[in-house]
Design a protein around this ligand. Structure first.
Ligand SMILES: CC(C)=CCC/C(C)=C(/C)COP(=O)(O)OP(=O)(O)O
Length: 368
C-alpha cells in the first residue's frame, strides 16, 4: 500500500461543510437535504432512537450483533477490572454498561476475544477516568483535581524513562489509583497486538482528548458556559475517534501512519468519531441534567445559546449528526478510487463503528 495518498484525492471536506450547514441550521432549522444516490445505500438507514419522538438518526446499519461473543468479552473485562483494583460494585456497574458488547458491535471484523479485549480494556479505562475523575460529581469528580490526574494518566500510558530518585514516587502514585493501573495495563496489553506507531497513535489521541477534558473542567470550575461551536471544537477531539484508532489493530492489519493521518482519512475519521459522540450526547441529556453540576453536552449548549427548548436543540443536534454522516459517506465514496485494500477496510471499519455505537447507545441501560 502506498504511504501517501495520490494528490488528486480531495482534501478534507466534511467538518467545514457540516459547520456551514450547522450555522444555517442554527439560524433556520432547515429540513435535511436528500441525495437519492446516498439514501439508496443499504449500508445506511434512518434509525429511530430514544422514545421515538425526535427525528431519526441517519446512520450506518449495525453489521453484527453477537451477544454470546459479547458476554465472553464482558466476563473477561470484569475479571480484569477486578485485578486492576475496581470494587465489586464498580465491576458490577461495568458489567451492566457492557463495554464488551460495545466493542463486539463496533468491530464486526474481529471474532477474537483476546483482540476484542484490547478495545474493551481501553474503552473501559477511558470511561472510568471520564466518570470518576471528570464528569460524575456523585462519583467524586472534582474539576480542580482533573488536570494533575490526567498528567499522571499520560505517564501511566506512555511510560517515562527512569529518573533516579524521582522515579519511586511516580511508580507509587501509578500503582495506587485503580484508573491509572487500568490505563497502564490496557496499553501494555495493546502492545501485544499493535505496532509502535499504532500504540502511539492511541496514546496521543487519548492525550488530545484529555486536553478537551481540562477545558470542560475549567468551564465547570469558572461557571462558564461555552457556546455550542466552542464545545463542538473540544468535542471533536474528545470523541469516539479515540476508540476508532483501534479499528485496524482489532482487524489484524495496519493502516500506515501517513495514510492514517493523511487529510482525507483524518477528516473522515474525525467525522465518524464526532457523529458517534453526538449520538452519545443525544442519549445522555437526561443523565447529564441529573448531575448537580451538569457536564457539557451539545444539546444543552445549543438550548442555552438559542434559548430554545431541549426538544428543538435535539432536532438541531440530530441534523448536525446526519450532515456529518452524509459527509463521511461522500468522503468514503470518493476514497473508493484509491487502490489500497487496507484503506478500504479501515473506512468500512469507521462506518461499522458508527453503526455499532448507535446500537449500543440505543439499547444501553446507562442512557435510560
Ligand atoms: C473514547 C472514550 C470512550 C472516552 C470516554 C469518554 C468519552 C470521550 C465519551 C465518548 C463519552 O462521553 P461522555 O462523557 O459524554 O459519555 P457519557 O454520556 O458519560 O456516557
Amino acid at each position: 500500500m502506498t504511504d501517501v495518498l495520490p494528490p488528486f484525492l480531495p482534501g478534507p471536506t466534511g467538518i467545514g461543510t457540516s459547520a456551514a450547514r450547522l450555522a444555517s441550521r442554527l439560524a433556520t432549522a432547515d429540513p435535511e437535504p436528500e441525495d437519492p444516490v446516498a439514501e439508496a445505500d443499504p449500508a445506511y438507514a434512518h434509525r429511530p432512537w430514544g422514545d421515538g419522538s425526535a427525528p431519526p438518526l441517519y446512520c450506518p446499519v449495525t453489521e453484527r450483533v453477537d451477544d454470546v461473543l459479547a458476554a465472553e468479552v464482558d466476563d473477561r473485562l470484569a475479571a480484569w477490572m477486578g485485578e486492576c483494583g475496581f470494587s465489586e460494585e464498580e465491576t458490577g456497574q461495568v458489567r451492566k454498561t457492557r463495554f464488551g458488547r460495545l466493542v463486539t458491535l463496533a468491530h464486526p471484523d474481529c471474532d477474537d476475544v483476546d483482540r476484542l479485549l484490547v478495545s474493551a480494556k481501553l474503552n473501559a479505562a477511558w470511561w472510568a477516568a471520564d466518570d470518576l475523575w471528570a464528569d460524575d460529581t456523585a462519583l467524586g469528580a472534582v474539576s480542580e483535581e482533573l488536570p494533575a490526574k490526567l498528567t499522571l494518566a499520560m505517564a501511566a500510558m506512555d511510560p517515562v524513562p527512569p529518573a533516579g530518585e524521582f522515579t519511586p514516587g511516580l511508580d507509587e502514585a501509578l500503582g495506587n489509583d485503580r484508573v491509572l493501573v487500568a490505563l497502564r495495563s490496557a496499553v501494555e496489553y495493546l502492545t501485544g497486538y499493535a505496532s509502535p506507531a499504532q500504540v502511539q497513535r492511541v496514546c496521543y489521541s487519548t492525550f488530545a482528548m484529555f486536553v478537551s477534558w481540562t477545558a470542560y473542567a475549567a468551564w465547570r470550575h469558572t461557571d462558564r458556559r461555552p457556546p455550542a461551536w466552542e464545545y463542538l471544537a473540544a468535542r471533536q477531539h474528545d470523541s469516539f475517534y479515540t476508540s476508532m484508532t483501534l479499528i485496524d489493530v482489532l482487524g489484524g492489519y495496519e493502516l500506515t501512519a501517513n495514510v492514517f493521518y493523511g487529510p482525507p482519512v483524518r477528516s473522515a475519521a474525525i467525522q465518524a468519531g464526532t457523529a458517534s459522540v453526538l449520538v452519545n450526547d443525544l442519549h445522555s441529556v437526561t443523565k447529564d441534567l441529573a448531575d448537580e453540576s451538569p457536564p457539557c453536552n451539545m444539546v444543552l449548549q445549543i438550548a442555552a445559546d438559542r434559548g430554545c427548548s431541549v426538544r428543538e436543540a435535539t432536532e438541531i443536534t440530530v441534523g448536525l449528526h446526519n450532515d456529518l454522516v452524509r459527509d463521511f459517506q461522500a468522503a468514503h465514496r470518493e476514497l473508493q478510487a484509491v487502490p489500497a485494500p487496507e484503506l478500504h477496510r479501515f473506512l468500512r471499519g469507521l462506518r461499522a463503528w458508527m453503526g455499532g455505537g448507535f446500537e449500543w447507545h440505543a439499547t444501553n441501560p446507562r442512557y435510560r
